[in-house]
Design a protein. Structure first.
Length: 139
C-alpha cells in the first residue's frame, strides 16, 4: 500500500461511519438522543465537514478522503440537505433536526453517499487483493 492509499484509508475510517450514521434514523434516535452516548449530530458533522472533509471545497479531498467525483458531488448535496434542515432547527438540537421535515432528504442523500463510498471501498479492496495475489504492486 502506498502513502496516498494509506492517507485515504485513514480518512475513510472516520468518514464512512459518519455518513452511515446520517443514513440510519434508528441509530440517530437510539444514540444521538441518548444523553449518555458520546456520538451526536455535531460530532458527525465535525467529522465530515471539519476534520476529514470540507463541504464547501470537497474537491480538495478527492484522493485523500473522497475517492471519486461522484462522492464529491454527493458531499455537496449532503451539505445542502443539512443546511436546509438547520433552518428547521432554530435551537440546533439533535431532536429538532430529526423532526425537521427536510431531514428525510438528509437521510436519503447520506444513504446514497454511503452506498457509493462502501462500493468504492470494496472495489479498492478487491483491486489491492488481486494485485497482492498476482504479486504486483497496486497502481
Amino acid at each position: 500500500m502506498d502513502d496516498d492509499q494509506l492517507i485515504t484509508a485513514r480518512a475513510r475510517i472516520h468518514l464512512v461511519p459518519a455518513v452511515l450514521a446520517l443514513a440510519n434514523p434508528p441509530w440517530q434516535r437510539d444514540v444521538w438522543l441518548d444523553p449518555a452516548a458520546f456520538e451526536n449530530l455535531d460530532l458527525v458533522c465535525h467529522t465530515l465537514f471539519d476534520d476529514f472533509c470540507d463541504a464547501e471545497h470537497p474537491e480538495r479531498y478527492l484522493g485523500t478522503g473522497l475517492r471519486t467525483e461522484e462522492e464529491v458531488a454527493l458531499i455537496r448535496q449532503l451539505d445542502a440537505a443539512l443546511t436546509a434542515a438547520s433552518a428547521e432547527a432554530p435551537n440546533d438540537t439533535d431532536m429538532e433536526y430529526l423532526r425537521a421535515e427536510s431531514w428525510t432528504h438528509v437521510v436519503t442523500v447520506a444513504g446514497r453517499l454511503a452506498q457509493v463510498m462502501v462500493a468504492n471501498d470494496l472495489h479498492e479492496l478487491l483491486t489491492l487483493n488481486e494485485a497482492r495475489v498476482a504479486g504486483e504492486a497496486p497502481q
